[in-house]
Design a protein around this ligand. Structure first.
Ligand code: ATP
Ligand code: MN
Ligand code: MN
Length: 301
């Protein structure tokens, strides 16, 4: 059964029942994280990650030999995928292979079994494919950009989103940058969502051209931050909050409180290994109230 709206409250804890083959296979050699270690991580983080990965199409970065081996980005179900994974047919592409979705912890663990080291959801659910329920502004620093400039960019995106009436939530990407995410009531369609995000990115680039660019042309990015609004088009994905990344150190795309933004926490600061301590010490999930803060997307930023 698929939820109509992702819940405002964390999902209840669940036990995993999927059997792992080769549980000791090493996925992140430098961090010593194995397949079983990754499954344990997701079982522990389940109440927090569930609203962001259930009931929506998922793309996976699969790494059967771990992060050092060949990796591939996969959007469609395949023969031999765990039966805990729910195939979903894109209503606009009914003759194509089904996309991947999960409805519970066992579905996510089946993806771990399939060596999915990154989970990249759509910004819409399978109950409302045409109307996104999140907007993701992806901040991609070009070469030679200081971290302080990236944190300033996130603050500016937040201000602009809030000025438009939207809530803004922050996470590390687990890679090089930051993501600022707004919950939406699914009203506007993909075309409108992309137009909004594009207008905001272009406004930043035209107001401060020495800092920001809104086009992906590599030549223009050196020393600037790309405000990558293209996460907000039909079929696009962005890495899920609390998903691991297939990069050295087993980093995790980690939700932050806005007052944590600063020099002390870099984009790959939190990892499978140190996130457990953070969860134990943290009184409140930084993304508490995410779904409850959703509003319909305004016409323009
Ligand atoms: P960083 O902070 O390093 O930028 P990121 O997750 O934001 O990390 P980007 O390169 O900015 O990475 O984002 C690329 C996005 O495109 C990813 O979020 C993912 O959902 C999607 N993506 C990644 N790899 C592929 C691929 N091979 N094919 C299609 N889409 C991809
Ligand atoms: Mn990025
Ligand atoms: Mn990007």
């Amino acid at each position: 059964e698929i939820m109509r709206e992702t819940p405002a409250k964390p999902a209840p804890e669940q036990r995993r029942t999927v059997r792992l083959t080769h549980p000791d296979r090493i996925y992140w050699p430098d961090a010593g994280v194995t397949k079983a270690g990754l499954a344990d991580y997701y079982a522990e983080i389940w109440p927090r990650i569930a609203p962001f990965v259930t009931g929506r199409p998922l793309a996976l970065l699969r790494c059967p030999e771990g992060i050092k081996g060949q990796t591939f980005f996969q959007k469609h179900v395949w023969k031999g995928i765990g039966r805990q994974v729910a195939p979903v047919v894109d209503p606009k592409h009914k003759s194509e292979a089904a996309l991947i979705s999960v409805n519970d912890l066992d579905g996510l663990i089946a993806l771990v079994q399939a060596a999915a080291l990154e989970i990249h959801p759509w910004g819409a659910t399978v109950t409302d494919w045409e109307r996104p329920d999140v907007m993701v502004m992806d901040l991609d620093p070009g070469e030679g950009v200081d971290w302080s400039a990236v944190t300033q960019a996130a603050e500016e995106v937040r201000q602009r989103l809030e000025a438009a009436g939207l809530a803004a939530f922050l996470k590390t990407s687990g890679g090089k940058g930051l993501h600022v995410v707004s919950p939406l009531s699914p009203k506007a369609d993909w075309r409108e969502a992309k137009a909004f995000a594009k207008a905001m990115a272009e406004a930043m680039a035209s107001d401060t051209p020495d800092r920001y660019v809104a086009t992906i042309a590599k030549s223009k990015r050196r020393g600037r931050i790309l405000i990558d609004y293209l996460r907000n088009q039909r079929g696009a994905t962005a890495v899920a909050p609390y998903s691991t990344r297939a990069r050295p150190g087993a980093p995790v795309s980690t939700p932050l409180h806005w007052d944590e933004l600063g020099p002390g926490i870099g984009p790959a600061h939190f990892t499978v290994s140190n996130l457990r301590d953070r969860l134990e010490m943290q009184k409140r999930d930084p993304w508490d109230g995410f779904r409850g803060a959703a509003i319909p997307l305004p016409a323009r930023p």
